[in-house]
Design a protein around this ligand. Structure first.
Ligand code: SAH
Length: 327
């Protein structure tokens, strides 16, 4: 729900200060409307129902993948598309993948979101409502800002959302913010952010190739990005997770694994190799090529894991969120 509008409505009605906390506590615990908020006067519940829509997002469509992943497509009140994903893991983890923007202004060549139009920054309430949508059907305990958009380009709203996610079951330590390497955002997160995990989408360890894959690298080249991440690690004492999408014949060769291992301080970084999810632009590396690449990293002391692919059959996997590309 729009928490500013909620506050204004409560203030206008002369309600005591604790009311907004009561309403938020119900919402964060998965309430599906005002009517069940039994510690609120009936008249107030009715007034809120009239004046403050329970969610800032209208659900347009929900897809269910065979692996249990759920993708929701929403519209903001001004009609912008937003997607969020719930990932269910065998060990019981329930992770929500949140969007920070509708569309994305960056143009990474392998990412479907990058090829759709950029619409808008989301508000903190629009970010939280993605998580609350899933929270209404089950407990959730992890959050990743890996949906549509670049969180560092909307950091105020992302941090405001992070501040409330623990109330919905997602602690800071179980929250990850992923970035293309937007250096001012990384620095700000280091200075003022809560103890969330930082993840860096790296994808290449040399500037020429990285700029080709991710034009943002021209603005913030590798050395600068890696330096900002090293500082983050030394201030925060938490490893930065490097994401590296595996593209056949592009960034998956032996020398490229060596260069990556050399670029990363094993104390500060851990690598997550991501199987490429088809978006039409590239061929993904084979399972064997990914394993061999990871083995080179490990031989050089850099921890490397392969990310489980989730929700590919409903285009809910990393890099596939494009709101049906119809927009
Ligand atoms: N803009 C931020 C947040 C999005 S995270 C960022 O880029 O970090 C989405 C992750 O999925 C990023 O690591 C991105 O590089 C990766 N990704 C994008 N397209 C992909 C694809 N087709 N297959 C696999 N991973 C992809």
């Amino acid at each position: 729900m729009d928490l500013d509008l909620l506050q204004r409505t409560l203030d206008d009605g002369g309600e005591p200060a604790f009311r907004s906390r009561q309403v938020w506590a119900w919402a964060a615990h998965g309430a599906s409307g005002y009517e069940g908020m039994t510690d609120l006067p009936l008249a107030l519940r009715a007034r809120l129902d009239e004046r403050v829509p329970f969610s800032t997002l209208a659900l347009e469509h929900e897809s269910h993948a065979s692996d249990g992943t759920v993708k929701a497509l929403f519209r903001t009140h001004d009609g912008h598309p937003v997607e969020a994903v719930l990932m269910r893991y065998r060990d019981g983890r329930r992770s929500v993948c949140l969007s920070s923007q509708s569309g994305c202004p960056l143009t990474c060549t392998f990412c479907a979101t990058g090829s759709m139009r950029f619409h808008s920054n989301l508000t903190a309430s629009e970010i939280l409502d993605q998580a609350l949508h899933f929270r209404r059907s089950e407990d959730v305990d992890h959050g990743v800002f890996m949906g549509m958009g670049e969180p560092m380009l909307n950091l105020d709203a992302v941090l405001a959302a992070c501040a409330r996610l623990p109330d919905a079951g997602i602690t800071h330590r179980r929250t990850t913010i992923s970035t293309v390497g937007w250096v001012p955002g990384i620095r700000r997160l280091t200075e003022v952010g809560p103890p969330v995990r930082l993840a860096l989408s790296l994808h290449a360890a040399d500037d020429a190739l990285r700029s080709q894959l991710m034009p943002v690298n021209d603005r913030y080249p590798l050395a600068e990005v890696l330096e900002a991440c090293r500082e983050h690690h030394s201030e925060r004492r938490r490893k930065v997770f490097v994401e590296y999408v595996m593209l056949a014949g592009v960034n998956d060769r032996y020398e490229q694994a060596l260069a990556l291992a050399q670029a990363l301080d094993p104390h500060a970084f851990k690598v997550n190799l991501i199987p490429y999810n088809p978006t039409g632009a590239y061929e993904g590396s084979s399972r064997e090529a990914i394993a061999a690449f990871g083995a080179v990293l490990e031989e050089h002391g850099v921890r490397a894991t392969v990310r489980l692919t989730r929700g590919r059959d409903i285009e809910a996997a990393c890099g596939q969120l494009a709101a049906g590309a119809a927009v």
